[in-house]
Design a protein around this ligand. Structure first.
Ligand SMILES: [Zn+2]
Length: 400
């Protein structure tokens, strides 16, 4: 085997020498392509980015960043659960890195595409920037240019904004609503008793002794993760997308069933059946509906089957204090019963995809890889959704 390798390499060397003699060096520079591996980060159904290794063929004169980004924008094949969020009108025409700044020229067709909302466009800018920051550690900001004059452009992206967890001042973190409500007891009460108990607790939290009902109505977007050809996690034949939808529908049913004399909820679902919805469509649905909050429902997995319980994630783009508060409020609604608490809500660099314009949280209800959690998720999704609905009702009245 070693002998063969040696022979092959000698042969290869000879071929190279021959080609050096035959082909003029200037032509060689542009015709010899080197295969180069690059890790590209594609959006996934959990609002994060998944690394996918690609091999791209690079000529000496090629702009490596440009080639790599073109693979990101026009991928040939993608693994399941990884999305292509770039529309046909979108292309990168040039990338020029000067010191710590990458200048990216965007096709005018994308900037003039009326189907492409501002938030979607900036999401795409975030995805491109994220990839450039990973390709070259020295790059600290990305600026977008266009060759023709366009009405708009993508906002400049700074590495610090994309990667750093939000820090809250003590003033900001004070606004945490502590409301003692036993959701399990509430579910068993009569309609009237339940709503009166909720109202009393809300008035107490707001320090309002008058006891008048809020006349506000709210719009909330509920987002069952994954769907259609993206099943999310699959454990023992159970699809995450189905568990997510069951919980989300139960949230909707509770909120839509609140009697008309109480604050009303307009529930917008990013999907209400088993079909695929892109990540961009999801936040566009919430933004276009002028939603007061955005709640995404997911379920977790772990390589450790004893890991279990509820946790949540919040983004770092805006309304951070409210998003953290909402995320923890949702965790508390379903823990320690019927599910144990896994951990407090944590920041995740979700803002690259979550261009929501309202407080947002992503709930990971339970671990599908834990048999206790999985059984609860399969049998008690109605309760879980009901408690989450109650929590959303209370939270909106206190915080919005
Ligand atoms: Zn998920």
């Amino acid at each position: 085997m070693k002998e063969l390798k040696k022979r092959v390499s000698i042969l290869a060397l000879m071929c190279m020498l021959v080609s050096l003699i035959v082909i003029p060096t200037s032509a060689l520079a542009s015709t010899v392509a080197i295969d180069q591996k690059v890790v590209l980060y594609f959006p996934n159904g959990d609002w994060g980015l998944t690394p996918v290794e690609k091999t791209i063929s690079v000529n000496k004169k090629d702009n490596f960043y440009l080639l790599a980004l073109q693979h990101l924008i026009n991928p040939d094949t993608l693994p399941i659960g990884v999305y292509d969020e770039f529309p046909k009108s979108f292309n990168v025409e040039n990338v020029n890195v000067v010191k710590e700044t990458a200048y990216v020229t965007i096709s005018a067709t994308a900037l003039n595409d009326s189907e492409l909302s501002d938030s979607w466009l900036n999401t795409l800018g975030d995805i491109i920037s994220y990839n450039l920051f990973y390709m070259n550690n020295e790059i600290s900001s990305v600026e977008f240019l266009s060759l023709t004059s366009a009405k708009r452009n993508i906002n400049k992206v700074k590495k610090n904004d994309l990667f750093s967890a939000p820090s809250l001042s003590s003033e900001q973190s004070k606004k945490v609503s502590k409301i003692d409500l036993d959701y399990r007891a509430l579910k068993k009460m009569s309609e009237e008793e339940r709503n009166q108990t909720i109202q009393d607790a809300i008035n107490k939290a707001l320090g309002d002794a008058v006891g008048t009902l809020s006349s506000n109505n709210y719009t909330v977007t509920i987002d069952p993760g994954h769907g259609g050809y993206d099943p999310g996690a699959v454990v023992n034949g159970v699809n995450e997308k189905d568990l997510n939808l069951n919980i989300a529908l139960a949230i909707r049913d509770y909120l839509e069933g609140i009697p008309p004399e109480y604050p009303q909820f307009n529930v917008v679902m990013t999907r209400s059946g088993d079909y695929f919805v892109s990540l961009t469509e999801r936040h566009n649905i919430a933004n276009n509906a002028n939603s007061d909050i955005f709640v995404s429902i997911h379920n977790n997995t772990s390589s450790n089957t004893s890991t279990r319980g509820t946790t949540a994630r919040y983004p770092n783009n805006h309304d951070v204090t409210l998003s953290i508060n909402l995320a923890n409020f949702l965790i508390n609604a379903i823990t320690p019963n019927p599910l144990p608490k896994h951990s407090d809500a944590a920041y995740q660099d979700l803002q690259v995809l979550r261009n929501t314009t309202m407080p947002a949280a992503l709930l990971e209800a339970g671990f599908m890889t834990n048999s206790n959690d999985l059984q609860i998720l399969q049998t008690q999704y109605d309760d879980i959704g009901y408690y989450l609905g109650l929590a959303i009702n209370v939270w909106c009245q206190v915080n919005i």
